[in-house]
Design a protein around this ligand. Sequence first.
Ligand SMILES: C[S@@+](CC[C@H](N)C(=O)[O-])C[C@H]1O[C@@H](n2cnc3c(N)ncnc32)[C@H](O)[C@@H]1O
Length: 224
Amino acid sequence: MNFSTDTGIKYAELRKNQLDTCWQWLSSGLDWGPDDVVLDIGCGTGAYTKLLVDRGNIKSITGYDKSRDFIDVARQVNFEDGKTTYEVADATDTSTLKPEWKSAFTKAISIGVFQFIEDKKAFFKNVYMCLKPGTRNQLERLVIECGFSEVNVEEGGRYLYGNHNKEEFKNMIEVLFGQIQHIPPDRKQEFIEDAYQKLVEINHRDEKDRLCIKGLFWFLTAKK
Ligand SMILES: C[S@@+](CC[C@H](N)C(=O)[O-])C[C@H]1O[C@@H](n2cnc3c(N)ncnc32)[C@H](O)[C@@H]1O
């Protein structure tokens, strides 16, 4: 995916109201503390990277993403001196990872990225490479093949984006699906409206007339 800086800024704004939910996930699965040197793979504009600094009392966090535009935004809006570092790198291409990242991190997180990864084996090999031995990290056979043990994958589901009104929702469709930027400007809004209408058609509304979309997720933990 490639995103413009403008799209990145809108995306960063939208994510802010999802921080509480994300923190619930992060803090229910893992303990965070001052010894933690964390890697955020596919950090986007750094909203969750900075969340861990703000709420996890961690030592430091390095976020990387293959989108240079997103990293530029992360450096502007989610930077904290001495705590955050943002770099451009591809999670499936070892040559783009910094040599000093090898065995350097106590924990690795990657939120909303895995579905975009084609070479999942390369992805996990690179996660493995960057973690310190003995640390606990978060698709079973594939992960074991890469060297991990004590692998546990749990499937969950929750309704997403139920609070967003139509305009916010359409905005979210535009920034979540980067391909939309390639639609000619005079057809873009029509496309987004059609996508919205399709979502309305295939999903249900709750008693407060909010559109509810069921999002599935997988929570993976494994040990190096
Ligand atoms: C839905 S966004 C999630 C961003 C961030 N983790 C968050 O939750 O706010 C997916 C991100 O994965 C990044 N991405 C996709 N494939 C990648 C890869 N191979 N290496 C690094 N980043 C990647 C995209 O550039 C995008 O920023």
